[in-house]
Ligand binder design. Structure first.
Ligand SMILES: [Zn+2]
Length: 413
């Protein structure tokens, strides 16, 4: 029996495994049920024949990196290894197991049910990205059951906290875990016939405008922070126009531009009242950074623009704080690794393949930019990630399992 035939015969196991993962609501923040899911994932890797261990984040580091209200939530990453006979090189598969909070408006009784309907499995994390985990685990089971050896040594990591900043997840893994990958597959960012070869980075800033409170009946005595903030937000249109002139053409021929989104979070200061001149107003900036730009230069440029713009607005005093950043990455898909993956995708799915650059970020940059190894993004994906009725296609889950198995058995480095 071939791994593909095994997978066809065990499609139900894939769905059952994904449902089991979805029913552990690993919501981040704050980071719930991490102990339970990493224990399960470690057992699953071992059952598939890998040497697997759970790597806990040291408590001192956890306290240093996480906000106080999350200190009671331990962090773990899972690492599995499988040696291939005679292989000198290693391929690494990575997925994050945390999910964003569920929100409301779901059609099934629970966002964590894993209900199946019309060829789709529903639930928070089905598409982003527990489906990828289930597909890979089934591919590994298929290799073991059919006594098919991979052509490269295999490393698998399931990591925490991608939905916040990955610092204690993939960020920690590439710095501290005993890994030695030559190639990496981060199992999201590309899906269908599109393979991801890079993604945007991001700089998140928070801007606070400092005014002066006064009685609402005597606004002339105060400095209205909201009015100053509005002027500053309008001024940012200039910066948006500058950014819109920069372009990156992806291998698929799509033009990408850096973007700026303001006010995903905006707030008055404490003690705001209808009859008070607001003394404080703040808003967030989400600046997407193209591969080819750097987060450092994007931040420097944005801070300089804000400083200059505030200077032009009378009595507009601001402070700017960094919330976080994430590096962009891009590997030209000329390496044989990319051609091998494209061949696997075509053999399983048919049709042409394209290489894309994702506007959102994922954990690829930890492997591509930090470890400097050829890194691609590919997984079963799905629909409504981060929204209500998130779902993954059963057909695509099975296809991804076959593609992973095909890559493991055909790509020899
Ligand atoms: Zn994700």
């Amino acid at each position: 029996m071939t791994p593909a035939a095994y997978l066809d015969a065990h499609a139900g196991d894939l769905t059952a495994l994904l449902r089991q993962l979805v029913r552990l609501p690993t919501v981040n923040p704050p980071g719930e049920h991490y102990a339970a899911i990493t224990a399960l994932l470690t057992r699953e890797l071992q059952a598939a024949g890998l040497r697997a261990q759970r790597l806990p984040i040291p408590p001192a580091l956890l306290r240093k990196r996480l906000p106080k209200d999350q200190h009671g939530y331990p962090r773990f990453n899972v690492l599995g290894k499988l040696a291939a006979p005679g292989a000198t090189r290693t391929i690494h598969f990575n997925a994050h197991y945390d999910v964003v909070p569920a929100g409301g408006g779901w059609r099934h009784d629970s966002p964590f049910s894993g209900a199946v309907e019309g060829g789709w499995i529903y639930g928070r994390g089905t598409a982003d990205m527990k489906g990828s985990i289930a597909s890979l685990l089934l591919a590994l089971r298929a290799l073991r059951a059919t006594r098919t050896a991979p052509r490269l040594n295999v490393e698998v990591s399931f990591t925490a906290d991608e939905e916040t900043d990955s610092a204690l997840g993939a960020g920690w893994l590439v710095e501290h875990a005993p890994i030695a990958p030559d190639y990496a597959v981060v199992m999201e960012g590309g899906e269908g016939n599109a393979i991801c070869c890079g993604h945007n980075g991001v700089v998140w800033l928070n801007v606070t405008v400092h005014g002066r409170a006064a009685h609402g009946s005597l606004p002339g005595l105060g400095i209205n922070a909201l009015e100053k903030m509005s002027a500053l937000v309008r001024a940012l249109d200039d910066h948006k126009r500058t950014l819109a002139r920069r372009t990156l053409r992806t291998p698929a021929g799509k033009l990408m531009r850096p973007t700026l989104n303001v006010g995903g979070v905006f707030a008055p200061g404490p003690g705001g009242k209808i009859n008070t001149v607001p003394a404080l107003a703040s808003f967030s900036i989400d600046r997407r950074v193209l591969p080819g730009e750097t987060v450092a230069s994007a931040e420097r440029e944005l801070r300089a623009f804000l400083r200059a713009a505030a200077k032009k607005i009378p009595q507009c005093r601001i402070t700017v704080d960094k919330v976080s950043d994430n590096h962009p990455c891009y590997t030209p898909p000329t390496h044989p690794f990319f051609a091998a993956m494209a061949g696997c995708v075509r053999r399983v799915r048919g049709g042409r393949t394209v290489f894309n650059v994702s506007t959102g970020f994922n954990d690829m940059h930890f492997f591509a930019a930090h470890r400097k190894i050829p890194t691609l993004g590919y997984g079963p994906g799905g629909e409504h990630e981060h929204g209500a009725d998130e779902r993954a296609s059963l057909r695509e889950l099975l296809r991804s399992a076959k593609i992973y198995a095909e890559l493991l058995t055909t790509f020899g480095g």
